[in-house]
Design a protein around this ligand. Structure first.
Ligand SMILES: [Zn+2]
Length: 310
């Protein structure tokens, strides 16, 4: 009888496979940890997981696919990370209980879950630039009031600003009250750099940014903008700024009524500028390359030395 050649996984494939699922078993009803300390020693780890073949390593094995090349059979695409029990389970009865399609689904779901776990570890933090915010360029006051706390912003400010900032030019009193309220509130947000690449589960989250921004379609002072271009983002028409970072473009369409001063209007037409701010993630494109973020607060940090600070 000819000896059956087994196409085994390399060490690197095994380690990568395990890391891609955060070292837990990929069987959805199991999800057991597969890596921990070796309790018989003080300096070794124990691994109870295995890189199992989706299609068997040798002919005659479970789900063996004769059309695979030896390289395909030993590749990470043909591997699933399981605890020892589940690895034995999927090969019972010559593997008839578990199809290739089902195992691939387990694998994809386990990887997606590990990815989400990474994201949820992005912690809400008080943005460091907030301490030195000297000019509020844009403030969606009612939404900020909702987010911070009802007490966060004085009623008088909300009333005055209900329909956007009332006049062009400096509105010192309102700005001072607003800045004070923001300073006093315990604002926390996910730092932009911690949520990239973006995924569906950050929709609705408050993020903070302090980045180079490109401005587009800015308006002059109180110039009217069709509400349509504010509610439905259009790259060619909507007033917005955007941040391009690590393959993702984050668009921040804004309502010009909430721009605070004449200077701010011109900064929103500057082409390229550095803003710090807070926004709520509204939408993420299916391919994760584009996000729409609704700005709550946009300003400039006080000192130019902070320009290099993230
Ligand atoms: Zn398991």
């Amino acid at each position: 009888m000819a000896s059956r050649k087994r196409d085994e996984f390399s060490k690197l494939v095994k380690a990568t496979l395990r890391d891609r699922v955060g070292s837990v078993c990929s069987q959805p009803a199991c999800g057991k940890a597969t890596v921990g300390p070796d309790v018989s020693s003080e300096d070794r780890a124990a691994v109870i997981g295995v890189a199992a073949h989706i299609c068997a390593a040798a002919s005659g094995g479970p789900r063996y696919d004769a059309k695979q090349t030896p390289i395909e059979r030993a590749s990470i695409l043909n591997a699933i990370w399981l605890c020892a029990n589940c690895a034995a389970l999927i090969d019972k009865n010559a593997g008839r209980g578990y199809s290739v399609r089902q195992l691939n689904k387990w694998k994809n779901d386990a990887e997606a879950q590990a990815h989400d776990a990474l994201l949820s570890s992005a912690a809400y933090r008080r943005p460091p630039w907030l301490e030195r915010l000297s000019t509020v360029h844009y403030a969606n006051v009612p939404r900020l009031a909702q987010m911070l706390s009802v007490e966060g912003i004085p009623d008088s400010v909300i009333e005055t600003l209900q329909n956007g900032f009332p006049t062009s030019g400096m509105i010192v009193q309102e700005l001072v009250a607003l800045e004070k309220a923001i300073e006093a509130a315990n604002v926390e947000a996910l730092p932009l750099d911690d949520i990239l690449p973006p995924s569906e589960d950050i929709v609705g989250s408050v993020i903070s940014f302090h980045h180079n921004c490109m401005t587009k379609n800015g308006v002059i002072d109180r110039e009217e903008v069709s509400p349509k271009w504010i509610s439905d983002f259009n790259q060619e028409r909507s007033p917005h700024f955007y941040i391009k970072i690590r393959g993702t473009r984050l668009n921040f369409p804004y309502d010009p009524r909430w721009v605070t001063t004449t200077t701010a209007y011109s900064d929103f037409r500057a082409g390229r500028t550095r803003f710090a701010g807070l926004g709520v993630v509204k939408r993420i494109s299916d391919d994760l390359t584009e996000a729409i973020v609704s700005p709550l607060l946009v300003g400039l940090p006080r000192h130019p030395a902070w320009d290099g600070f993230l």
